[in-house]
Design a protein around this ligand. Structure first.
Ligand SMILES: [Zn+2]
Ligand SMILES: [Zn+2]
Length: 254
């Protein structure tokens, strides 16, 4: 398998879930598939993600790596559902790796126990690893380079934005965050920046609104931008703003 040099046969991003935590617009919670060079990487895995994958005909067992930005349920609570399916339903054989910010290992263990009481005897029969990644440095995971940067969001969630490089392509994702200079860093030279835009003009703590994005967007050096994680007000404006806005199932060829 190629580790990133040369032109990939196929590199694309698909929004499995483009919604916020509140189900705005009837959308599934955050889950982004980065598919390149025969490898499938999920960026975030909200509580609804297993259902959303089935709705799109995406086999959960085809995912090799899950990269989590932070510990809110609309970004990570799908992992216990995928794990239960892999262990008890689909009888997965291929390895699965999950990486996330500080606290991810214990948080996911606790989530699994809370969501599936009585599952204590279940053990993966596949190679399963969960690791916490250091901030602001690239970690190499079987040829995939993942660099998390600190985000401005609920501190208890260890919030990060992530830059994922694989198959000669770079996908940057803001996670949940207020505007931060780290968005400029994470997006620099990326093929795609996926940026949260939780509201249109309503002021928000711990999230971005479109007015704030508009003030800063000229400084973002990414080849393409897609806005996601939109509330009802922002969804109502999605057809009027120049940026592309995500929807469930949207595919972006890189
Ligand atoms: Zn969120
Ligand atoms: Zn959040």
């Amino acid at each position: 398998m190629s580790t990133g040099a040369g032109t990939p046969a196929r590199a694309r991003v698909q929004f499995i879930g483009s919604g916020d935590a509140f189900g705005s617009g009837g959308r599934f919670q955050t889950c982004i598939l980065f598919d390149a060079d025969g490898r499938r990487i999920l960026i975030d895995c909200g509580a609804s993600s297993l259902v959303a994958m089935r709705a799109l005909g995406i086999d959960p067992n085809s995912v090799d790596l899950i990269v989590l930005t932070h510990l809110h349920g609309d970004h990570c609570a799908g992992v216990p559902f995928l794990l239960l399916d892999a262990m008890a339903g689909a009888r997965r054989k291929r390895p699965l790796r999950v990486v996330g910010p500080a606290g991810s290992v214990v948080h996911l263990q606790q989530l699994f126990g809370l969501l599936w009481p009585g599952s204590g005897g279940l053990r993966p029969r596949f190679d399963y690893r969960c690791d916490e990644l250091p901030l602001a440095q690239a970690s190499e995971l079987d040829g995939v380079l993942v660099t998390p940067y600190a985000a401005l969001h609920t501190p208890e969630t260890s919030p990060t934005m992530v830059r994922v490089a694989f198959g000669g392509k770079v996908v940057a994702y803001s996670g949940d965050t207020e505007w931060s200079e780290n968005i400029v860093r994470v997006a620099d030279g990326a093929d795609l920046l996926i940026c949260e835009c939780s509201a249109y003009e309503r002021p928000l703590r711990t999230h971005m609104n479109y007015r704030t994005w508009q003030m800063h967007r000229a400084r973002v050096n990414a080849r393409a931008v897609v806005l996601t994680h939109m509330d009802g007000d922002m969804l109502a404006k999605a057809g009027e703003v120049p940026e592309r806005c995500a929807s469930d199932g949207l595919v972006i060829e890189l």
